[in-house]
Write a protein of this length. Structure first.
Length: 107
């Protein structure tokens, strides 16, 4: 009875989600170009100009994926947080998949 009535009640309710199915990231004008500029500037600092072909290919691939999937704004926000924290004397960095990304510029 408990299972039957509970399922009957559940079937009479519409399914809702507390989280929107749409992506609702913030917007920063020009963040796609900014992430490219920062990443390439750091890559040139580390590997020279022109970049070695393998570095160029990996950077292009990662930036393409970041930008096409709408994550450039998140990378820029993370980078700005790192810069501000470092500026204020806090030693911080990135972890996880972002931390291992060539396209995730660090100071």
């Amino acid at each position: 009875m408990v299972v039957t009535n509970t399922n009957l009640t559940a079937d009479m309710c519409e399914t809702i989600s507390p989280i929107s199915a749409e992506k609702c990231p913030p917007h920063i004008e020009g963040c796609e170009q900014t992430i490219k500029d920062i990443a390439y500037e750091k890559a040139h600092t580390l590997y020279g100009d022109p970049l070695p072909e393998i570095v160029q290919q990996r950077l292009d691939r990662e930036l393409d994926s970041i930008i096409k999937n709408g994550f450039s704004v998140m990378y820029i926000i993370a980078q700005k947080l790192v810069w501000k924290s470092n500026e204020d004397g806090y030693l911080v960095g990135s972890r996880g998949s972002v931390g291992s990304s060539v396209g995730a510029p660090q100071k």
